[in-house]
Design a protein around this ligand. Structure first.
Ligand code: F0G
Length: 447
């Protein structure tokens, strides 16, 4: 008999199923992406989301403390003794009227989900709690990933916690210093490839295939199970009310894919009655999803994705030697591995895609710094996207909107310091240099 949780190829023509004990990072039959799936009827699921609140009283149990595993009935692939946690998911949802004003929304309607508060400073820790639990459950010794920075930091931290070896592949010169410093500090074997993220991704897949290493990029379906918890925590913080919109930056498209899966499953289980709309925001310098979805009309289409449109698009990128380019290096990706899953999420959530310029990203990031807890450039894309969607009249000023802030303010200090010191934008806050003279100091302070 099939297990109550299993892996399944997302391609409806194939739909092959595999045990959760297997370690694949693509369907071995057709190479498409795999999902973790559940036969919910055979699993103990809650009758209402508010039942999870009882775990607030038992936070001395590490699984109840974890912002991922306290929702474990909604990602039930792993026996509890194998579940890995390092305290991920202690993040907050903040109503932010300063940012609401900046994007022209009404007070009390804009919320920021601060995933930078995770142990490694980004949302990745949610996913790693899932992937490393699967790794531990299946006896993995050595993990690997390609990264624009945050994945490598998170992987290195979890590998250390699990006693596993870890190799991370990063593009030369395309990684913010805060992130690189983490990977090095946490002891990851760091391979810097003369190329960009897409090159690293291609190589790490080859190495993992040949050397049987465990791949922890977001094409690992167990990672996406962990990232569903970001949505569970937003619902929890809103006392189980569904917001109108979720806005998230798009890079490799793991988050957006996971969010769509989360809402699809919650609806299927009758735990929510309405699904929020999803807006995925690309940087204009890395806008594959925007181009394909908004300009070329590519859709999930119930699983019948027009593969030729994607193949032609990538062939063109190869022909022209296109390289993505954005100051938001976290999302500088032109061949997002989860493209098809993201299309599915956009279908589930009646979603849309926008692109925003680096200038708009930096101003939005600075607004989050000025009015909130701060974030890294890629995260600013979600606020810049909201501002654009307000200008376009697509989001109403009174709708309840959650912007995901994916990474911490300290991840990329160079970009921030340049923005302020070089007066690059509307929130620039340049330090003033004065002589060591009390009169000059007081004059400069304009007291
Ligand atoms: N925001 C930040 C801060 C990120 O680090 C990433 C991805 C994204 C957004 C995009 O998320 O891939 O789920 O669409 N960073 C990866 C990395 C690629 O290697 O750290 P996505």
């Amino acid at each position: 008999m099939k297990e109550a949780s299993f892996q399944q190829c997302m391609n409806p023509q194939c739909a092959a199923t595999f045990s959760v004990q297997e370690r694949y990072f693509a369907c071995p039959k057709c190479q498409d992406l795999l999902d973790v799936r559940y036969d919910w009827d055979r699993l103990a699921t809650p009758n209402s989301l508010s039942q999870f609140e009882k775990r607030w009283a038992t936070r001395d149990n590490p699984l109840d403390f974890s912002g991922v595993w306290r929702f474990r009935e909604l990602l039930p692939f792993c026996p509890h003794e194998h579940c890995v946690t390092i305290g991920e998911g202690q993040t907050i949802l903040q109503a932010n009227d300063g940012v609401a004003g900046y994007v022209n929304c009404n007070p009390g309607r804009v919320f920021l989900q601060y995933e930078g508060l995770n142990p490694s400073g980004s949302f990745k820790d949610n996913g790693m709690a899932g992937a490393f639990s699967h790794a531990r459950m299946t006896g993995v010794k050595h993990v690997a990933c390609a990264s624009t920075g945050n994945t490598s930091a998170s992987v290195a931290m979890y590998a250390h916690a699990c006693g596993m070896k870890c190799s991370v592949f990063i593009g030369s010169g395309r990684i913010a210093y805060g992130k690189l410093s983490q990977a090095l500090d946490y002891g990851a074997q760091t391979i810097q490839i003369l190329g960009d993220f897409d090159d690293c991704m291609r190589r790490v897949k080859e190495v993992c295939r040949d050397k049987k290493l465990y791949l922890v990029n977001s094409l690992n379906p167990f990672r996406l199970e962990g990232q569903k918890a970001i949505m569970f925590r937003i619902l929890e913080a809103l006392r189980w009310q569904t917001p109108d919109w979720i806005i998230v930056p798009g890079g490799n498209l793991g988050n957006s894919s996971a969010f769509g899966k989360a809402f699809g499953e919650l609806k299927q289980l009758g735990l929510i009655d309405r699904i929020p709309r999803l807006a995925v925001i690309n940087a204009a310098g890395a806008n594959t999803l925007f181009d394909l979805y908004e300009n070329q009309g590519l859709r999930f289409n119930g699983g019948q994705v027009a593969e030729k449109v994607i193949d032609d698009y990538y062939a063109k990128l190869n022909e022209t030697g296109y390289r993505p380019n954005t100051l938001a290096t976290a999302i500088e990706i032109s061949r997002p591995v989860n493209l098809k899953k993201c299309l599915r999420a956009l279908e589930i959530c009646n979603g849309l895609v926008r692109e925003v310029s680096d200038e708009d990203i930096l101003d939005a990031k600075a607004a989050v710094g000025r009015f909130g807890l701060g974030c890294e450039p890629a995260s600013g894309a979600s606020v810049a996207g909201l501002k654009l969607l307000r200008q376009q009249g697509i989001i109403d000023p009174d709708e309840k909107v959650v912007c995901i802030l994916t990474g911490h303010q300290l991840k990329d200090p160079n970009i921030t310091v340049n923005y302020h010191c070089e007066n690059q934008g509307q929130f620039s806050n340049r330090p003033q240099e004065v002589k060591d003279d009390i009169a000059e100091i007081i004059a400069a302070m304009k007291l």
